[in-house]
Ligand binder design. Structure first.
Ligand code: MV4
Length: 452
């Protein structure tokens, strides 16, 4: 096992990783920017190294400074968390080249999954259902029209270097292709330095269902059920749950089997997420694989009862699966709300501020992951996540009730937060029935002052 892990991240996830390390009796090193001097990850790590000024590019994305921090503290592994350098293959390679274990899959696998059209080819070859479309990229407008004629409109153009919703264009007929192709490729080139596009049949109002997988370094892989992440606004997830209201044991077994096939075929090691679209006929299609621990991993932890980050660290230390991994049971229902410092009454405008008072809920099966405390100033440079509130109960309705009770106990004075919006969703008949999809928030009528 590792002696000391450097955490190349900040905020709640840095704290979350420190907690896992300390339970494993692994020493921890925090890195921080000058904006985060008073952060809890700095306080709770065994050591802390300042790696630069507030701008991410000069601190949390500053590879030479992070490697230097690893060297002066004699760390033996680096955990990237999510965001920042988590899916940067160059960083993974540089960690390895400098004698640090990168806590994530190898750089080849990050690259293979980071190229979205290549990842589809890999998954299709492994027998995983993929959305009908081009095998690889479409290199010209003419090629895009030819593919679209085969699969029929509407189609969607996606940046192969993209993911998470950036650089996409829906196309309804051949006369719209030229403009869509040109703007999508230009956008992708600016955003990712790679304008290559692929094309797919556009699936109307799908559900976003992702399967959590974990693989050891000996070719073993299991899935830990699904998370439903269809409650999104402009590709920002607001509420996640497990299990999905529409995934029964039979569908879960098929999706899980497909996810494991893809995981094994790509030679994956560690924790990962296989994202699927589920259409209105409950047919599922591979979309992307995330090669990191995700923000919403606690939803899975609550129903599985394991610590995903401890397991992730063990897999990268070369441990084999424990036997109980093959008999994991999913128990009850979990829901997560991502509480952001944003004003839902004002187009989700960021609301960075000093948190004047801060009280978080407690009680049975209520979990809070946060780095925030009373007096904490939310920096303007980073994402606006204040806290993740996760609850578990025996049934979905029980979990909704528990989340409503827990949200009522939250006191956050200073910034505006997304809590009133999440409360409105939890009250919504359609959400309560479980019959919602990724289009849900597009038509959601949020009335800030209504409390019924
Ligand atoms: C799609 C799609 C419909 N058809 N692909 C958005 C994020 C990126 N990972 C892929 N996305 C989509 N891909 C096809 N062929 C609809 C979406 C999509 C979406 C997917 C998941 C969750 C929320 C979404 C919101 C809008 C569009």
């Amino acid at each position: 096992m590792f002696n000391k892990i450097l955490i190349a991240n900040r905020g709640e996830i840095a704290l979350r990783i420190i907690r896992a390390c300390h339970e494993l009796r692994i020493k921890t090193v925090a890195v921080y920017s000058t904006a985060d001097e008073l952060s809890l990850h700095v306080r709770f790590a065994d050591e802390a190294v300042c790696i630069g000024p507030p701008a991410s590019k000069e601190s949390y994305l500053n590879i030479p400074h992070i490697i230097a921090a690893g060297e002066i503290t004699d760390s033996d592994a680096i955990h990237p968390g999510y965001g920042f350098l988590a899916e940067n293959s160059e960083f993974a390679q540089i960690c390895n080249d400098n004698g640090f274990t990168f806590i994530g899959p190898g750089p080849e696998i990050i690259d293979a999954m980071g190229d979205k059209s290549q990842a589809k080819i890999t998954m299709k070859a492994a027998g995983v259902p993929v959305i009908p479309g081009s095998d690889g990229n479409v290199l010209s407008i003419a090629a895009a029209i030819k593919e679209a004629d085969k699969i029929d409109y509407p189609v969607i153009l996606k940046a192969t270097a993209g993911g998470g919703g950036r650089g996409m264009r829906v196309v309804h007929n051949s006369s719209d292709m030229e403009k869509a192709f040109n703007t999508a490729t230009a956008e992708a080139d600016i955003a990712f330095g790679n304008g290559a596009l692929y094309i797919e049949k556009f699936v109307e109002n799908p559900r976003h269902i992702e399967i959590q997988v974990i693989a050891d370094a000996f070719g073993n892989a299991v899935h830990l059920g699904e998370r439903e992440c269809s409650v999104q606004r402009r590709h920002q997830k607001l509420i996640e749950e497990s299990p999905s209201a529409v995934v029964d044991a039979e569908l879960r077994a098929r999706m899980g089997k497909a996810a494991i096939k893809g995981t094994k075929a790509s030679g994956y090691v560690g924790v990962g997420t296989v994202e699927f679209l589920l259409d209105k006929n409950n047919k599922f299609y591979f979309m992307e694989m995330n090669t990191r621990i995700q923000v919403e991993h606690p939803v899975t932890e609550m129903v599985v009862g394991c610590d995903l980050i401890k397991q992730q660290i063990r897999m990268h230390a070369g441990d084999k699966f424990p036997d109980y991994f093959y008999n994991l049971k999913l128990r009850g229902h979990a829901i997560e709300c991502r509480i952001n410092a944003e004003d839902p009454a004002n187009n989700f405008c960021p609301s960075p501020a000093v948190v004047e008072s801060f009280h978080m809920p407690g009680g049975k099966d209520v979990r809070i992951d946060t780095h925030v405390y009373a007096g904490y100033r939310i920096p303007t440079q980073y994402d606006s996540l204040i806290a993740k509130l996760i609850v578990r109960a025996t049934t979905r309705q029980g979990a909704i009730n528990r989340m409503q009770r827990a949200l009522e106990e939250c006191i956050i004075e200073g910034p505006k937060t997304t809590i009133p919006f999440q409360q409105a969703i939890l009250r919504d008949k359609q959400f309560q029935s479980g019959d919602y999809n990724t289009g849900f928030l597009e038509t959601f009528d949020y009335q800030p002052d209504r409390k019924d």
